[in-house]
Design a protein around this ligand. Structure first.
Ligand SMILES: [Zn+2]
Length: 453
C-alpha cells in the first residue's frame, strides 16, 4: 500500500469514527419510543394491605432544583441539614439528561426512553402513572410552585393547585398549603446555561437556592414532616446538559424527616427510585409502570427507617417490589425470549425503539384516536394526538355522532397489528382512570393495547 493510499484510508477511518457517533447522537431522541409508535411498559396493580397502613407525614415536600449538579449540591448548608435528619445519595439521572424527560422519570419511576417525553418541547401527557396521581387517588391534596407549566402538561389534572411564578420569586416561601408539595425553581439552570457550572454566577444562584431552601426547612418539623430533594441534571463547566457526562448526569437526592433512616454516608441511587421512595414513605401504592427488573429498588429499604414502620408494612412493600419485578420479567420475556426477561437486554436489543415502528410487535400502550369517524384500526392509533387525553377506562366514551367506548376502539386498533402473546394481567383498566386525569377532550386517549394471540 502506498503512502497516499494509507493517508486516504486513515482519513476515511477518521471520518467514519467522527460521523457515526455524531449521527447516533443527533438522532438519539428520535430513536426512542414515541407517542406515535407506542411504548413497552408493564402495568402492575398495587395495593397496600389494609392492616399495614403506616402513619403518613403531616406535610411532604419534593424539592426539584433545576440544573443543580451533584458537586454543587454538596456545597449547600441545606444539604448538611437534610443529612442531619436523613440521608443523601449521589443520583444517576440517565439519558437524556434533559428537563422534561427527567421530570417524567422523577414522577413515574419509569426511565426516560420509555415514557414518551423525549424532549423539552413535547407537551403530550404521559400514559404512565405518576406519584401525583397516586397521591390524589388516596385523597391527598397536591400543590406545585414552578416557573414552568410542564408538570401539569405531563400529568393534566394531577394537581389541586398549580402556581407559575416569575424568576425572582422565593419559590420556597410561596408554597400553598397541601399534603404533598412540589417546589421547582429554575434560576440555577438558567444561570448554568448562560455562564456554566464553573462560573461565580452559578455559585451565586446555588447560594440563593441554599438560602431559600434553608428558610423552608426551618419551618418544618422533621419529626412529623418529610422532605425529598433532587434535581433533573447538572451542568457542564461551560453550561449545557443532555448527555451522560459525570457532572451533568449526576445529582443529589436527599430524604429527610418522618420515616427516613438517618445515614451519614453518601449512598447511590437511580432517579427512577425517587417516585417509589415517595410512595413508600407516604404509604401509597407504587406507581403502576415504575421500572422493575435490573433496578435499584432495594435502596428503598435502606431509605426507610425500620423503626418508623411496622414489620407488616415493610414486608408488604417488599412483596410488592417482587411482584412488580416478576410481572415485568414475564412480560419482557414474552416480548423477546432472548432477553431472559431483562429490561437491560431488551433495551440493548433495540427492540423497543424499532419493533413497534416496524409493526412487528404491538406495544403495550398507545395513544388512540377513540372515535374519529375515520378511526379504522391501526391508522388512527398511530395518529399524533391533537388534544388532551380522555380517560382510558373501559366505561369512558367519546362524544360525537357515534360514541365509542375508548378501550374498544383501542382494542380494535391494536389487534390489527401482529403481536406475540403477552401476559394479560397488565391489560386491565387503568387504575387512575377514576381519579384523573380528567377528560379535557373526548376524542383521544391512552389505552392499554390488547395483545393479539
Ligand atoms: Zn436546562
Amino acid at each position: 500500500m502506498t503512502v497516499r493510499q494509507c493517508l486516504v484510508l486513515l482519513l476515511a477511518c477518521c471520518a467514519l469514527g467522527l460521523g457515526v457517533p455524531l449521527l447516533l447522537g443527533v438522532t438519539y431522541s428520535a430513536r426512542l419510543s414515541s407517542h406515535d409508535t407506542g411504548f413497552f411498559a408493564v402495568q402492575v396493580d398495587d395495593a397496600i394491605a389494609a392492616d399495614a397502613q403506616p402513619r403518613r407525614p403531616r406535610r411532604s415536600v419534593l424539592v426539584v432544583i433545576d440544573g443543580l449538579g451533584h458537586e454543587a449540591a454538596k456545597t449547600m448548608g441545606a444539604i448538611a441539614l437534610l443529612r442531619e435528619h436523613g440521608q443523601c445519595r449521589k443520583t444517576a439521572v440517565g439519558v437524556p439528561s434533559m428537563s422534561r424527560p427527567v421530570y417524567a422519570t422523577i414522577s413515574t419511576g419509569l426511565e426516560q426512553d420509555r415514557t414518551g417525553a423525549r424532549g423539552n418541547d413535547d407537551e403530550t401527557p404521559l400514559f404512565a402513572q405518576s406519584i401525583w396521581q397516586r397521591a390524589r387517588a388516596a385523597g391527598m391534596s397536591v400543590a406545585v410552585v414552578s416557573e414552568l407549566t410542564w408538570w401539569e402538561e405531563l400529568f393534566p389534572g394531577a394537581f389541586t393547585h398549580y402556581d407559575v411564578l416569575p424568576l425572582d420569586a422565593d419559590y420556597f416561601a410561596a408554597l400553598p398549603p397541601a399534603d404533598l408539595q412540589l417546589v421547582h425553581p429554575l434560576y440555577v439552570d438558567e444561570v448554568g446555561h448562560e455562564f456554566g457550572a464553573a462560573s461565580p454566577e452559578y455559585a451565586e444562584a446555588v447560594g440563593r437556592a441554599d438560602r431559600e431552601l434553608t428558610g423552608l426547612l426551618r419551618t418544618l418539623d422533621f419529626a412529623q414532616d418529610l422532605v425529598v430533594l433532587t434535581a433533573d441534571h447538572g451542568h457542564s463547566a461551560r453550561g449545557g446538559h443532555g448527555g451522560a457526562q459525570e457532572p451533568i448526569a449526576n445529582v443529589m437526592t436527599c430524604h429527610a424527616g418522618l420515616g427516613v433512616r438517618r445515614d451519614p454516608e453518601y449512598g447511590h441511587l437511580r432517579i427512577t427510585t425517587v417516585a417509589p421512595s415517595l410512595a413508600l414513605l407516604l404509604g401509597l401504592p407504587f406507581p403502576a409502570h415504575m421500572r422493575a427488573g435490573d433496578d435499584d429498588l432495594d435502596a428503598l429499604f435502606a431509605i426507610a427507617d425500620p423503626a418508623a414502620f411496622s414489620p407488616e408494612y415493610l414486608a408488604d412493600r417488599r412483596a410488592a417490589v417482587e411482584r412488580f419485578r416478576r410481572a415485568n420479567e414475564d412480560a419482557v420475556r414474552a416480548w423477546l425470549p432472548d432477553s431472559a426477561g431483562s429490561w437491560d437486554a431488551f433495551t440493548r436489543s433495540g427492540a423497543s425503539a424499532t419493533a413497534a415502528a416496524r409493526g412487528s410487535w404491538s406495544p403495550r400502550w398507545r395513544w388512540c384516536s377513540c372515535c374519529s369517524s375515520s378511526s379504522t384500526a391501526g391508522a388512527s392509533s398511530r395518529a399524533r394526538p391533537a388534544a388532551r387525553p380522555c380517560s382510558a377506562s373501559a366505561s369512558s366514551r367519546c362524544s360525537g355522532p357515534s360514541p365509542t367506548p375508548c378501550r374498544s376502539a383501542c382494542a380494535a386498533a391494536s389487534t390489527s397489528a401482529r403481536s406475540p402473546a403477552a401476559p394479560t394481567s397488565s391489560a386491565s383498566p387503568s387504575p387512575w382512570a377514576s381519579a384523573g386525569p380528567p377528560s379535557r377532550s373526548s376524542s383521544t386517549g391512552w389505552c392499554a393495547a390488547i395483545a393479539a394471540p
